[in-house]
Design a binder for this molecule. Structure first.
Ligand code: F6P
Length: 463
């Protein structure tokens, strides 16, 4: 088996307790734990000099090689181009997207630094797998450095519709850089469609059979690989968690009330303000829920140096305060709003104790919380998933209650339907979703991508 080299901006060296790290870090740790390999990326630290060698740490069959970044680049590349240009744009928030040529220069500088530090660690028989929007140019940089090993890229976010992407000043550079990889993976069919659209209508390229794409003088494969979770482990964790003191305390505190849960990084793409308003609407339109339902929203702060994240945090504090101030009773608080993260095991217990899971992003590549919520349910008395049609997960979990998260009335009606759904219907819907997640778990996702990547040189030669 070829040695796997994973590259991502964020690396989580064995720290599963950091739930605020988000989908990529959690998924890659699960994917790598079983197969082993090298994981290269930023260690979250600041450095003075760009000459620092990677710090190498080994645990079992997994090696972490991490580098710090200069403070100026953290500001311009991570807080800037990655999280104020690409992130809002890829999530269809052109109103929040900021362009600054210094952001882009720093983005290229960091991609070239990653390349320079990774290249000496590579061996002949490696498979290279680069992740996410922070590192799109790296493929071309590695090629320029003479790296000929098969190279794949996976985009964890949505790929925006062409008309949205065209507003990015460097759109051509970004898509051309994607085409330097042998294999490019997207979360869902709509992302792949958007990519094809750009290739054909903007780049004048071609879409051939078997996922083969020709553009910018390159031939590559572009396909959908829906990322998933370690379904079995999460199901087991939820059973274990159910017998812990924390879950006893949660259940006691509910005093027989129904629990509705949301778990999201504190990000404007997650639709939290609309969700809070929909919960308020639920209490207004269906008053039988007053003093009978508790909404637990866990939202660990994220990217706190980016101003748009401070804005959304203030907005949510105001909303939660207003709703609680209006509806609370001396013995009931409608919204429990927590700005902290929990371990997966604890979250699995919370999910299992909940009747309803709210996953209502305005736009999301996949959203693994949707999958985790399903995996953690009690098969004999499962909860109901309310899922945004704009999360990649909706393309697989069609048995959830699918909602338009922009429509607060639709959302509050779905909440009511979920709270009152008969057991038999809950079981049927959950059973179908669990079957999907058992078939497509994190190992299937990893193996499908890597099998295709190993085959890519032969496929492309024949193509
Ligand atoms: O693809 C987006 C992503 O990398 C996710 O995997 C994760 O949810 C989130 O962003 C983490 O963001 P950051 O590394 O900026 O904290």
């Amino acid at each position: 088996m070829k040695r796997l080299i994973v590259v991502s901006n964020r690396v989580t060296p064995g720290d599963e307790s950091n739930a605020s790290a988000g989908g990529l870090a959690v998924a890659m740790l699960a994917a790598l734990k079983k197969r082993g390999g090298l994981w290269f990326g930023w260690n979250g630290e600041i450095c003075q000099s760009r000459d620092t060698d990677p710090e190498v740490m080994k645990t079992g069959n997994l090696t972490f090689a991490t580098i710090p970044l200069p403070e100026q680049d953290i500001e311009l590349y991570y807080n800037g181009y990655a999280n104020r240009s690409l992130w809002p744009l890829f999530h269809y928030r052109t109103d929040l997207t900021l362009f600054d040529h210094r952001f882009f220069e720093s983005y290229l500088r960091v991609n070239s630094l990653f390349t320079a530090k990774l290249a000496p660690l590579l061996k002949e028989d490696n498979l290279i797998w680069v992740h996410d929007y922070h590192l799109i140019p790296m493929g071309q940089y590695l090629r320029d450095a003479g790296i000929t090993q098969p190279m794949g890229f996976f985009l964890h976010t949505p790929f925006p519709a062409m008309e949205i992407l065209l507003t990015l000043p460097n759109h051509e550079y970004i898509v051309k850089s994607l085409c330097a990889y042998d294999l490019v993976g997207f979360q869902s069919a709509s992302d792949l469609r958007a990519f094809h659209d750009y290739i054909v209508h903007e780049a004048g390229g071609e879409i051939l059979e078997d996922g083969v794409v020709r553009a910018f003088g390159r031939t590559l494969i572009a396909r959908v690989f829906a990322i998933s979770i370690d379904t079995k482990t999460i199901a087991q964790q939820s059973v274990r968690a159910a017998h812990t003191k924390a879950i006893d305390r949660l259940t006691e505190s509910l005093d027989e009330r129904v629990l509705v849960i949301g778990v999201d990084r504190l990000d404007y793409s997650k639709g939290l303000a609309q969700r809070f308003r929909a919960f308020e609407r639920l209490l207004e339109n269906y008053p039988e829920n007053r003093n009978k339902v508790v909404f637990l929203q866990i939202a660990p702060p994220s990217r706190t140096d980016v101003p748009e994240y401070t804005d959304i945090r203030h907005e949510l504090e105001t909303l939660a305060g207003n709703i609680n101030g209006h509806f609370a009773e001396f013995d009931w608080m409608p919204i429990r709003y927590l700005n902290k993260g929990y371990t997966m095991q604890r979250l699995a217990g919370f999910y299992r104790a909940s009747r309803v899971g709210l996953v209502t992003p305005l736009r999301d590549g996949m959203n693994l919380v949707a999958k985790e919520f399903v995996a953690a349910q009690n098969p004999t008395d499962p909860g109901v998933l309310v899922l945004s049609r704009f999360a990649g997960a909706a393309q697989e979990l069609g048995e959830a209650l699918i909602v338009n998260p922009f429509d607060v009335d639709d959302l509050s009606d779905a909440m009511q339907r979920a709270i009152t759904m008969p057991l038999e219907e809950r079981r049927e819907r959950w059973g179908a979703m669990m079957e999907t997640l058992t078939k497509n778990d994190i190992s299937t996702w990893r193996d499908n991508f890597l099998t295709e990547l190993e085959r890519a040189p032969a496929t492309l030669e024949g193509g």
